[in-house]
Design a protein around this ligand. Sequence first.
Ligand code: HEC
Ligand code: CU
Length: 315
Amino acid sequence: MLLAGCQGPQSALAPAGPAAQAAAWLWWGMLGWFALVWAAVLGLWLYALVRRPPDCDEARAKRLGRRWIVAGGLLLPGFSILALLVFGIPQGLCMLPLPREGEAPLRIEVIGHQWWWEVSYPQSGVVTANRLALPVGRPVDLELTSADVIHSFWVPSLAGKLDMLPGRRLTLRLVAGRAGVYRGQCAEFCGAQHARMALSVEALVPEEFERWQAARQVAPPVPAEHAAAVAAFRPYCGQCHRVAGVSPGGRGPDLTDVGSRPSLGAGTLAMGEGAMRRWLGEHQRLKPHNGMPRHDALPAGTLDAIAAWLESLGP
Ligand code: HEC
Ligand SMILES: [Cu+2]
């Protein structure tokens, strides 16, 4: 159980990129050094318990005591903090969006909402939600902000965490070193469903990333079999949800590629047979107080049709 945090898709100790690697080294260094300090203090404490009181005059005892305080209370912590700075500052530099030579970093905007993530790719115009695809090996500048309260962006396997502040834009630079799926989680308490605000991060090899993006750049026409669903969706859902070529949206996650998402409700419900219909019927039970109203007034058949259409969206 003690080692449970050392592996898995959401562990700072299973780094998959240089920024996370730096944080992991720092963590192990701190663990090692401070374990040594702790063991030494324990040793001294045990020694003090068992030894006989020294047989010397009071002035000398005071002098000895002072020496311990200066060495153990000032020099040792001073040295430890200095060592931490000497190692920590260069490690921290590799997380900053400093100007660099060579290929320009890919810009991706991530906006925190209660309780979901809006993700957009300004260069291609692709917008998605609750999932972030990135190319492996290329630096990525994530421009972070919030639409409501303070959130915090944290994908422990890829980088350190950075707050998302309403009205401000902060940039987090990261490079994914290995292809894979990592898990991110909002790391700043942001309300009732803060715990159900997960982000699925897919690091793809560059060609696959280009395909991922290109497949989302063109909105295919709506097939005739889904025309009734779209007609119901527009007035009931379209003012909140954008679907490219169908509705403008504005307050909820973009649904243009929703059928290809690994989960619904920012990690609340794994995508699969019947998941979409279940979300439409029970989302306030699955994720209480989330920003989407109940749709009890809509006939079940209409929700069935909308769910079937939404499932078909996305490449
Ligand atoms: C008042 C705005 C609003 C309306 C109207 C609305 N929704 Fe939503 N919807 C949201 C918000 C906000 C979320 C995000 C909830 C969360 O995860 O916290 C959401 C989430 C969703 C999701 C999950 C998306 C994802 O990737 O996790 C689906 C699917 C969805 N809505 C479909 C619909 C359908 C279908 C309708 C119409 C019947 C509808 N919504 C009406 C605001 C709205
Ligand atoms: Cu949060």
